[in-house]
Design a binder for this molecule. Structure first.
Ligand code: ADP
Ligand code: MG
Length: 624
């Protein structure tokens, strides 16, 4: 068969372009990517050989050979793993299988240093070879097959595939280095980079240089080593090569479970939020090993709300040839899962004692953790203790236990309010009645906050209540702020609410006189026990049918001087245009404060301008 020239898939072209031209500053990572691919290839073959032992009959013990050649200015990374045949080469090295590349392109920040470090997370690691090489030759023969192949490319839009003779099992990647990357053909640099990025690789990495061979990694799976013998740096390097991330882990949890089920666990919590944490298919990234043989990264070993955890679980309790079906049903994994979850919760509790450091975790993953309040009924109280919330008590975040310790005598509920933005929430008029009575309210601004209170309805025998779904309990607590004790009469308020109802009645269920405001003249609220206005809006944004008919109330504050005066006038029969306009403006303002669209923005603007004209030039009535 003659050499065939082919075009890269369009997306690969784009990725290559960026890799080669933009991601220049941390070129070292290409070696991490190629060694990691070599290690993956050995892992894959070791796993495949469990069912088909013939596949490893020839080809020797698994290892990775690295050959720098200073004179030829080349660097070769070879493995005796699973290998690739013609189809594999075209598919795996000519296209991007996973939806990774679009994701990669979207996540580029423009900061070269940062961008180069995320490349490994997107399944485009192989192409990083073109950062340092002007030409790449891949020779490969698939385990169990006889024909070898050679794939070549200079990274400009096309590659070629041809038959090749005498190719050993596995894959060798030969880089013809760019002139300014010649140092990657030197033993010292190669040794140092491999140690930095790939020391933990569980296969020997052997360097061949000037006729000498040298083992340059430890080849001991780091999780099987004694915790006391592993340095922080080794953990960090392993974490980075496992995740493709560049940060240091926020936490490392390394333990051996003994007792009913035995396993080794090495778990990491990143310090930065991974780009895909809110993607629906994101799972905790735990690699499952059976007795050091990689089995899968798809066994769902952790509940969804712990998807910030990454790491390795290694157990001897499963057979090596465990099937996918078995992975889903075996009680062994179920027990391991329960065990890891408890361990992680315990670890987080311990870590939370260092308040400042714990807030970094909350900042990165607090939202995800709160999903556990919904998902994990058996650990709900423990998770609640690990969550942190903003509140009207101060700038610092609080625990529920701290909130409870600050509760007023006779207070039976924990109050909260939800909205899009913390700073806007702090000024929400719905809080006034609570503030005026010294009652603390949690300020919740994550979308998930609309949902978990339906599951965590109680904490330490205190019910959890939204202040937007009813002016709960306010009558039971005396006002501590007594600025405006004067109040419009009930009759005047009756007249005013009836008047207002005629003006905005088609947009609300009812107009009410309320106790929950103390400073603002008016506000919008949801009916008692109904879905909050914020949740309704979220549902609309996600094109979900709003289950409840609009049940908003327009609440007027009888203590506010403007409302008092207006009520008095209306009671006396003054239903002038000015009064109507004021109601309309108050209503539109209330909507704006809640983050709701107003029905007629131009009309609102006209009304406000009109009032400003009056403030400056006097009302037309006065002149007449
Ligand atoms: P990823 O490793 O995240 O899948 P890469 O760009 O590093 O992405 O590699 C793309 C694919 O090419 C791999 O998934 C694998 O199928 C194949 N591949 C790369 N290097 C090797 C190798 N040394 N041996 C076998 N297959 C390889
Ligand atoms: Mg890779």
């Amino acid at each position: 068969m003659a050499e065939e020239k082919m075009q890269f898939q369009a997306e690969v072209g784009k990725v290559l372009d960026i890799v080669v031209n933009a991601l220049y500053s941390n070129t070292d990572i290409f070696l991490r990517e190629l060694v990691s691919n070599a290690s993956d290839a050995c892992d894959k073959l070791r796993y495949a050989a469990i069912m088909h032992p013939d596949m490893t009959k020839e080809g020797g013990e698994f290892k990775i050979d690295i050959t720098p050649d200073k004179d030829a200015r080349t660097l070769t990374i070879a493995d005796n793993g699973i290998g690739m045949n013609r189809e594999d080469l075209i598919k795996d090295l000519g296209s991007i299988g996973k939806s990774g590349s679009a994701e990669f392109l979207n996540n580029l920040t423009g900061d070269k240093q940062k961008d180069a470090t995320i490349i490994g997370q997107f399944g485009v690691g192989f192409y990083s070879a073109f950062m340092v090489a002007e030409k790449v030759e891949v020779r490969s023969r698939k385990a169990g097959e006889t024909q070898g192949w050679i794939w070549t490319s200079e990274g400009h839009g096309s590659f070629a595939v041809d038959e090749a003779d005498d190719v050993p099992r596995g894959t060798s990647v030969k880089l013809y280095l760019k002139p300014d990357c010649a140092h990657y053909a030197e033993a010292g640099d190669v040794r140092q980079i491999v140690r930095q990025f790939s020391d933990h690789i569980s296969f020997p990495v052997v360097m061949h240089y000037l006729g000498e061979t040298e083992n340059i990694n430890r080849a001991a799976a780091i999780w099987t080593r004694n915790k006391a013998d592993v340095t922080e740096k080794e953990y960090g390097d392993f974490y980075r090569s496992l995740t493709g991330a560049f940060d240091a882990p926020w936490d490392v949890l390394h333990y051996r479970a003994e007792g009913t089920i035995e396993y080794d666990a090495l778990l990491f919590v990143p310090s930065r939020t991974p780009y895909d944490i809110f993607q629906p298919d994101r799972n905790a990234k735990l690699n499952l090993y059976v007795n050091r043989v990689f089995i899968t990264d798809k066994a769902e070993l952790l509940p969804n709300y712990m998807r910030f955890v990454q790491g390795v679980i290694d157990t001897k309790e499963l057979p090596l040839n465990v099937s996918r079906e078995m992975l889903q049903n075996t009680p062994v994994l179920a027990k391991i899962k329960t065990g890891i979850v408890r361990r992680i919760l315990g670890e987080l509790k311990k870590k939370s004692e260092d308040k400042e450091n714990y807030l970094k975790f909350i900042d990165a993953f607090g939202t995800v953790l709160k999903e556990g309040l919904i998902e994990d009924a058996s650990n709900r109280e423990d998770i609640a203790d690990l969550c942190r919330f903003h509140s009207t008590a101060g700038e610092e975040m609080t625990t529920l236990a701290e909130y409870v310790s600050r509760m007023k005598a006779g207070q039976k509920s924990i109050y909260y309010i939800t909205g899009d933005d913390l700073n806007i929430l702090r000024n929400n008029p719905q809080l006034e009645g609570y503030a005026a009575r010294g009652l603390e309210v949690l300020l919740l601004s994550d979308p998930i906050d609309e949902f978990w209170p339906q599951n965590l309805t109680q904490y330490k025998e205190k019910t959890i209540k939204s202040v937007q779904a009813g002016a709960f309990d306010l009558a039971n607590f005396p006002l501590i702020e007594t600025a405006d004790t004067e109040k419009a009469s009930d009759d005047a308020m009756k007249a005013l609410t009836a008047f207002a109802k005629e003006i905005v009645g088609d947009e609300v269920k009812e107009v009410r006189s309320t106790e929950r405001l103390t400073k603002s003249p008016a506000a919008l609220s949801a009916g008692d026990g109904e879905v909050s206005i914020h949740l309704e809006r979220l549902m609309r944004q996600h094109n979900q049918p709003v289950l409840y008919a609009s049940t908003h109330y327009f609440d007027l504050n009888p203590r506010h001087p403007l409302i008092r005066k207006l009520a008095e006038k209306v009671e006396q029969g003054d239903t002038s245009e000015t009064n109507k306009m004021m109601i309309r403006i108050l209503f539109d303002e209330a909507k704006i404060i809640e983050g709701e669209p107003i029905r007629d923005p131009a009309g609102f603007s006209r009304n406000v301008t009109d009032f400003m004209m009056r403030a400056v030039f006097g009302a037309p009535e006065d002149k007449a």
